[in-house]
Design a binder for this molecule. Sequence first.
Ligand code: ATP
Ligand code: MG
Length: 412
Amino acid sequence: MHNGSNLIVGLDVGTTKICTIVAEADREANVIRVIGLGNAPSRGLRKGVVVDMDSAVEAITASIENAEKMANVEIHSVFTGITGGHIWSINSRGVAAVGDPEEISVRDVDRAITAARAISLPADREVLHTIPQEFTVDGQTGVKEPVGMSGVRLEAEAHIVTGAITAAQNVIKSINKAGFEVEEIVLDSLASSIAVLSEDEKNSGVLLIDIGGGTTDFVVFHRGSIRQSEVIALGGDHVTNDISVALRLPISVAEEIKKNYGGAVEESIDPGEELEIPAGSGRAPSRYSCRELAKVIELRMGEILSLVKKRVERTGLRKLLGAGVVVTGGACLLEGTVDLAERIFGLPVRLGTPVGVSGITEVLDSPIYATGTGLAQYGYRSRREGRVSRFRRRGRIGRVVDRVLEWFRNRT
Ligand SMILES: Nc1ncnc2c1ncn2[C@@H]1O[C@H](COP(=O)(O)OP(=O)(O)OP(=O)(O)O)[C@@H](O)[C@H]1O
Ligand SMILES: [Mg+2]
């Protein structure tokens, strides 16, 4: 059995499923290979955050054990994700006077980034990521790598992601209680972006939307850097809820119907097409129009996508999406999601599944595994760059200490 030291594990603690991706590094190819997958239905989470720790611990344990069995390995530590309505992010600037104007050093860059990160935050909030975007050297903007240049005044622009301290602590606590260490905690959509986006897309300008069960997370990249990241507390489970109310069916039946007969574009469904709803407790079998079903779905999926569009328009980034939109997450398995998004955004849209990894095809083919795979990819890069883990010791639940990410360009 693998002793675990070379393994990289991504643990996606989602609202509907907890998924463990076990990967090993293929150092020659500079990629990771997925060798194990563990799934367990999520319990104890609402809209991306832990609300019942005991249930969450059980589900985490089940998911990790499933992955251990499949890969025949023993897992000790994981890279995990965070999402929820408590996440908010801003772009910030910081300035530093250069120590030796002959040559800007790594220390100068660090000081400028530290200054950018010095935003005032309420006591219950913390910085989760500080992601450098670009630098300005003596008025010259758009500098990607200032180290080695000459200059007196160095300005850094960075994207700062913040979250509620307790939300991160509860995820870490749940994983620790299940008996595993957390190496790092990463914004879900950031992880998904690593798994599904190409460098070319990030340079040209792209919007990635991850529609999960309880949340919709989105990130905008432009000129290779992250510019906006937000979380909306709506997802595929709201679609299921709407179906349950409209058809007066239990949630579990509504979920099955959505997966088997659902479509996100009403007019693409043949008006005569019907679905059969099997008999249930106290319920006779019945038939329902697929078009009516699609109408219910389109309304909610349209609402979610329009909300994202509004938020991206608000920051002015909508005009910079040269590579269009990429949709991922389980809810995008709904037929017609790409078409609906194209209509709403008026831009080319594609479905994002994990790329740049090899291994289990089930993982590589599905938008459901974008976050989990991205977490493992993040972990691989983090270890390779020798970043020091924040919460290595089992049982220690400290305040999440922010750590500056390496230049995002070419590495994420
Ligand atoms: N085949 C399918 N067709 C339609 N919807 C699907 C399909 N498979 C899964 N879904 C939906 O995808 C959603 C779950 O997606 P995902 O696994 O990405 O969410 P999650 O990561 O658990 O949640 P979150 O990211 O919100 O915390 C659910 O609403 C589920 O109904
Ligand atoms: Mg998710």
